[in-house]
Write a protein that binds this ligand. Structure first.
Ligand code: 13P
Length: 404
């Protein structure tokens, strides 16, 4: 249930002067640890899945676990698709349950970055999903020594940032002001003056990538200049690697021995960060300010007239292909009545990621074409309903609750 709209979550952080941690999930130890840390700190949290890590784990297999962790949490959670490379990446994020997406076109020319980001924003917003853009270049690779990837930082220009946000309508902006991805040698020189000017010009939540390894004072100055989301991965890998080394030293030669205590190590680091970034203790307040992120089920039950069962099944298969590809559609379940004598023989059960998809789906050219050319001409009477799960009501005996 506490899966909430990411835009509401980050607006709250931005307006109240703290930052939400977006921690990278690369395995179940990380997922469990991040959630434990958030629960202990009573903090809102973002579970972040970076496309660059998908070679290390099966993203489609991981996402049901990520969603389950979010739904059973007692603190507000959002799920973010990090560093996607193109519109298809964003669609993949949305399809599998992310309610915030980042497409990183910051290495391209300004005008190309604007074009790609704009396209992503149009599609994602039509699905109710928030978008993070990036301007300027933050060098380094998450989880690795920054000295091995010595690209120069290209700091975000204030003037360009203003034009970029106006043209793309991104909800949050990742800025380059001196942080790097991965472990940094020496102290980073952060350009607070630039950050302040960007914040004054944009007035939207700002994002820091490369959130590992900064001091408490540096974090405070970032947050007081508009940073509302801090991405963190390398710091988690460090505590996990340390724990694995200790386990091996303790002469553990069993797999479970070597990987024991990893989620606890992650939880402690996550909790430490949240206390530092001011999000600890905010869960209840954030929950009251955020809309719950709810999917919508779209159900159609129908008969086909003058069509043999075999052809009807081909029609359903074509519907499955067309509808599955529409942005914001998470699942399509074509079904056939179990009972021979059922009044209606066929059904579609389609899951939209957000109520906004209902209208966009109906108007989508592929749906319109399928409906007009293939479905309507053969479908007889049909019934359709868009519904969402009801909020749980306090349990009381049904008889007593009846109005007499
Ligand atoms: P670190 O790996 O430096 O913590 O940065 C993570 C990040 O920015 C992910 O987008």
């Amino acid at each position: 249930m506490p899966l909430v709209e990411m835009k509401d979550m980050l607006q709250h952080a931005y307006q109240h002067g703290y930052a939400v941690g977006a921690f990278e999930v690369v395995g179940l130890d990380f997922l469990e640890g991040i959630m434990q840390g958030a629960e202990k700190a009573r903090a809102p949290i973002i579970l972040s899945l970076s496309e660059s890590h998908f070679k290390c784990f099966d993203y489609e297999l991981m996402m049901p676990a990520v969603e389950a962790a979010a739904k059973r949490a007692s603190v507000p959670v959002a799920i973010h698709f990090d560093h996607g490379t193109c519109l298809d990446s964003a669609l993949k994020g949305i399809k599998h349950g992310c309610n915030g997406v980042m497409v990183d076109a910051s290495h391209l020319e300004f005008s190309e970055n604007v074009e790609i980001t704009k396209e992503v924003v149009t599609t994602a917003h039509a699905c109710g999903v928030a978008v993070e853009g990036e301007l300027g270049c933050i060098p380094g690779v998450e989880g690795e020594g920054a000295e091995f990837y010595p690209g120069d930082s290209a700091y975000t220009s204030v003037a360009e940032a203003k034009v970029y946000v106006e043209r793309t309508a991104v909800d949050f902006l990742a800025v380059s002001i001196g942080t790097v991805h991965g472990r940094m040698k020496g102290k980073p020189k952060l350009d607070y003056q630039r950050l302040k000017q960007i914040n004054e010009a944009l007035q939207i939540p700002l994002v820091i990538h490369g959130g590992s390894g900064l001091t408490g004072d540096q974090f405070h100055r970032l947050i007081s200049n508009g940073v509302a989301k801090i991405n963190c991965y390398t710091a988690l890998t460090e505590v996990v690697t340390k724990q694995i080394k200790q386990n091996i030293k303790a002469a553990s030669n069993s797999y479970l021995g070597v990987v024991s205590g990893l989620s606890d190590a992650v939880a402690d680091e996550v909790e430490r960060c949240m206390r530092l970034w001011g999000s600890a203790g905010r869960a209840a307040e954030v929950m009251t300010r955020c809309l719950t992120w709810t999917s919508v089920e779209h159900m159609v039950i129908f008969n086909v007239e003058g069509m043999e069962q075999e052809r009807a099944e081909v029609l359903l298969a074509e519907g499955l292909r067309v509808i599955s590809a529409i942005p914001g559609v998470r699942d399509v379940f074509p079904g056939k009545a179990v009972q021979e004598k059922a009044q209606y023989k066929y059904t579609w059960l389609v899951r939209f990621c957000h109520p906004m998809v209902i209208e966009n789906y109906r108007q989508h050219p592929d749906y319109v074409s399928f409906n007009e050319k293939l479905f309507r001409p053969v479908a007889g009477h049909s019934i359709s309903i868009d519904f969402k799960a009801m909020e749980p009501v306090a349990s009381q005996p049904y008889i007593e609750s009846r109005v007499v």
